[in-house]
Design a binder for this molecule. Sequence first.
Ligand code: NAD
Length: 364
Amino acid sequence: MPSLADFPRHAPAALEAMVARIFVAAGSAPEEAAIVADHLVRAHLAGHDSHGVHLIPRYLDDLAAGRLRLNTAARLLDDQGALLRFDGGYGLGQRVTAEATRQAILRAQQTGLVLYSVANAMHMGRIGTYGEMAVAAGLAALLFVNVTGHEPCVAPHGGIAARLLTNPLVVALPYGGSDGRPFLLDMATSQIALGKVNVANAGGYPIPPGTAIDPAGRPTRDPAAVVGEPPGALLPAGLHKGYGLAVACELLAGVVGGGGTIQPGTLRDGTTRNNLFGILFAPGRLGDPAAQRAEAEALAAYLLATDAAEETGPVRLAGDPEHVAGTERRRLGIPLAPATLEAVLAAGERFGVTRTELLGLLAA
Ligand code: NAD
């Protein structure tokens, strides 16, 4: 079975140009195409290929089916100073969420604290991207996102049937990571992503123990028992604790944010929609920024000085794997499975861009 390292690598800027060309051909204004291309390529640079260019055919299927509305900006429905409520209008999630987050950042730089929500966005992609925007502006971010639009795949703790999706959350601070970098916890609330089960199923290898159950509720490592018919389910991360966080995402983003939860009355038409509930704040307004950073760095050093456990070590901090992937991929390029590239080229061809032109951009 080929590994990632065997796949052809592509320069990030070239891949970004190719992706932007496809979205322009599909009808996006160049500015919108640039936002989504940048987001998808950054997901690869963070090592999260599950949130990269392989999503393009899905997004363009959504466009053809009338579920996705290109050239839709985030709409500010309500401005109460430190409370901002946005509607995503079923536009590209990467665009509307970046726009809402940018406005919330500008406001938080004045007020010190902003609570904002974004309802009715299409797939927002890698949620850590919005945490990175906040820390780049010197702010901290707490982001809760729920997922709707398709059948659930995660069981509630104690149950055997899927009732939730992989509801992600982010905690981002300008300090507290390794080597003085930001702390960026960006995680799904399921043990593993559904995409990883699909990859294992296609490759015919088992999924890690303790991550899923079969339709009868028995622990399984067989991916076909999870994504087959009838389906099994993924388990929540950390038993009842991840389950609690997943429900918190539903309540904060789906109920308070206003876009709806995963309960069956919310539209399920086979796509992925996201709602976001976010808090941005200036940590330096609660204390001396230099002292905060020094304390965070002392904590990081203390944690990292632990000896490595045999199974899971060495000790790392949230944001480390993404940093390592980024360093390697900026140098060597982004590996893409040939089948993934093929599907992306075919998606472009559907909108009249030739594969010669796309491959030319990729080779530039
Ligand atoms: P993951 O399990 O790879 O990483 C989760 C977090 O743990 C990251 O912050 C990472 O830095 C940290 N981490 C990883 N290994 C570590 C270690 N050994 N020590 C300390 N920290 C470590 O990520 P995931 O949960 O599979 O999520 C992947 C991506 O999927 C995220 O970017 C998330 O935003 C995205 N996502 C999006 C949606 C959506 O609907 N838009 C849904 C689910 C997930």
